[in-house]
Design a protein around this ligand. Structure first.
Ligand code: CMP
Length: 164
């Protein structure tokens, strides 16, 4: 989904916000243009997007590194701003790109991470901590609906794969 969204280009223009280190950085208001193109946040006003940017931090991961590990408790939800990652769930491999999110399952049910997500290329992510994300879902039904529709699509994909 990355090319259609044009997120990679926008993210590249914002790269200086992230800084040279790979430690989490604050997401500056300059990221609002990027967030406006993320389907999870579709239809939200710039004011809301600025608020969301304020809740989040950004982090760069090197290609090949692990973003979340199966079986480990989850503390954040991730939105990919640039780069490609892969979900390893059992034998399944699900590619993710800019605009996709992951890590919502642990936050919603409190269980450990259901899968490992690894960086295929260098990846830039935005991370929203659990409590802030849950508050956001309570306040913004559109985001909650976007999360539910993605979960529903993922269940359908699993059903389709199971019936092959
Ligand atoms: P979580 O369980 O918190 O951490 C691993 C994440 O991988 C999970 O949330 C989902 O975001 C993602 N994930 C797990 N299984 C699938 C799947 N079958 N399809 C797409 N994404 C998945």
């Amino acid at each position: 989904m990355d090319e259609r969204l044009g997120l990679a280009g926008l993210a590249a223009g914002q790269a200086s916000d992230v800084g040279p280190s790979h430690l989490p950085q604050k997401v500056s208001p300059g990221w609002v243009d990027v967030l406006a193109t993320v389907p999870l946040f579709a239809g939200l006003s710039r004011r809301h997007l600025t608020k969301i940017a304020g809740l989040a931090s950004s982090k760069r991961y090197a290609a090949g590194s692990t973003l979340v590990k199966s079986g480990v408790p989850g503390e954040s939800v991730f939105v990919i701003l640039d780069g490609r990652a892969i979900v390893r769930a059992g034998a399944r491999r699900i590619p993710l790109g800019a605009g996709d999110f992951f890590g919502e399952m642990s936050l919603l049910d409190g269980e450990p991470r259901s899968a490992t997500v690894a960086a295929q290329t260098e990846v830039l992510v935005m991370m929203i901590p659990r409590r802030k994300f849950l508050k956001l879902l309570e306040k913004e039904p559109r985001i909650a609906i976007a999360v539910m529709s993605t979960l529903s699509r993922r269940v359908r994909a699993l059903q389709a794969a199971a019936s092959l």
